[in-house]
Design a protein around this ligand. Structure first.
Ligand SMILES: [Zn+2]
Length: 456
């Protein structure tokens, strides 16, 4: 819109900042978000997990006609629950099935409908409505093999926990308004090869949907390892750096050439998750893991990552593999199977709170700044960033962030007004990593953006 304005304002701003280059402040507290976080209920999460388990199996290949058993009954129940939440909250939440027919593949012996349940809370402000955040869990389950259509596959933790967390988020958040659009999704076909999530992500990409962030909650309810170790005060957030593509995109090359491999979209989003947890769920911890996922594992964030969307996986800190992907049985006195008695509902509720704080803060914050660049015009010890000022009138300024290249989190900041260029005097871009956030009047900050090098 407005032309670029290169002013000397920047030096003045640098001189006025006190204390100079301090650590960035925590996220501002929003009383309404605090209320929402407090409203998350472990008891409701428990009740929903037990109900999901009551369908005996939710395998994608299981029967769909019964009203009490199999994946068809499970998804109709999920939809009815969310429709009830929509009705209780002014009907702004829309609930629909998103179905496709999966062709025969390694884990699909015959063409099978894969049905996602998608609940959408449209952004309350027109100019933010096309900014979309997706939070997901998979409601399908499996026994020891994913192609066993029958037999008990309770899936209490994998991924009844993620499904119940998403349902709780939808029901609590639908009572409130957010600038950006929130999509609460429970998908099928995860155990068959991420089929539901892949179908949704591809359709979104084809429609040009601006997904600013995606979170999959998968296995978020266990707090006890097989050796008895209990870790109930922290969760893991897996955030990819450089995507493992055969050929690097131009975008990735720019990152890697300038030491930005820890500043991909998912890593910036992951830093926001940690900041949201610190502000709203104290006493709980987010361990940000600079990795796509655990070894030998995958999840519904993969198709989103592969299409260039910033996506994360939320997972419990310690896993007990006797209660994942196992036929329900007893062997040498050990109980196998993914049963509700092995789920820590209070823990899953804390994971839900971290989701809620993340989504609510982002959906009320400005969009990330656009066209963020770092001037590379000559050799110097100062650093100059430029960007395109937002059309959004609520953006009141920008925050320049930086940290040592080997440090995982932002260490310093300098706030500037509604300008389009600033110089950080005496801090060399050769020695640190920079990022830029957009700010509103309340101090809500967007996800940070890594500046692309700009040469004359
Ligand atoms: Zn899973």
């Amino acid at each position: 819109m407005a032309g670029r304005r290169f002013t000397a304002l920047t030096l003045v701003a640098a001189a006025a900042a006190a204390p100079l280059h301090a650590a960035p402040p925590p996220l501002p507290k929003d009383a309404e978000i605090e209320k929402m976080v407090a409203a998350v209920s472990a008891a409701r999460i428990e009740a929903r997990i037990r109900k999901l388990v009551s369908f005996e199996t939710r395998n994608t290949l299981s029967e769909t006609q019964s009203e009490t058993r199999g994946i068809g009954a499970a998804r109709r129940w999920i939809k009815a629950e969310l429709e009830q939440c929509a009705a209780d909250s002014g009907k702004r939440l829309t609930v629909e099935f998103d179905e496709h027919l999966a062709p025969v593949s390694a884990r699909i012996p015959k063409p099978t409908p894969v049905v996602n349940m998608v609940a959408t809370l449209p952004g309350a402000r027109a100019e933010h409505r096309d900014r979309v955040f997706v939070v997901s869990g998979h409601y399908d389950s499996m026994r020891s093999t994913p192609v066993a259509a029958d037999g008990l596959a309770p899936g209490a933790n994998d991924d009844g926990s993620g499904t119940a967390v998403v349902m709780e988020l939808a029901c609590v958040m639908a009572r409130h308004a957010f600038d950006a659009t929130l999509v609460f999704m429970t998908v099928a076909g995860e155990e068959q090869g991420l089929l539901g999530a892949t179908s949704y992500a591809r359709a979104a990409k084809a429609r040009g949907v601006n997904i600013e962030g995606m979170i999959t909650n998968d296995i978020v309810g266990n707090s006890r390892a097989a050796d008895g170790t209990v870790v109930n005060d922290r969760m893991r957030v897996f955030a990819e750096g450089v995507p493992p593509a055969r050929e690097m995109s131009e975008e990735t090359q720019l990152l890697v050439r300038t030491g930005g491999e820890n500043d991909s979209g998912p890593r910036q989003l992951g830093r926001h998750v940690k900041a949201a947890q610190e502000a709203y769920v104290p006493g709980f911890k987010v361990d940000l893991i600079y990795r796509r996922d655990r070894y030998l594992r995958g999840g519904d964030h993969f198709p989103f990552l592969d299409l260039g969307y910033p996506a994360l996986r939320f997972t419990e800190y310690v896993e007990d593999f006797r209660h994942q992907h196992q036929d329900v049985r007893e062997e040498n006195g050990v109980r196998y199977g993914d049963l509700p008695e092995f789920v820590d509902f209070a823990y899953a509720a804390n994971v839900a709170r971290v989701n809620l704080a993340t989504l609510a803060t982002l959906a009320r914050a400005p969009a990330p700044p656009a066209e963020v660049q770092m001037e590379n015009f000559f050799l110097e010890n100062n650093t100059t960033l430029r960007w395109k000022a937002a059309a959004d009138p609520r953006v009141t300024g920008y925050r320049v962030l930086w940290r040592d290249t080997a440090h995982p989190f932002w260490q310093h900041h300098q706030d500037v007004g509604r300008v389009e260029r600033t110089t950080v005097v005496g801090v060399s871009k050769d020695n640190v990593v920079f990022g830029l956030q957009a700010l509103d009047k309340a101090g809500n900050a967007s996800v940070a953006v890594f500046p692309k090098p700009l040469r004359r």
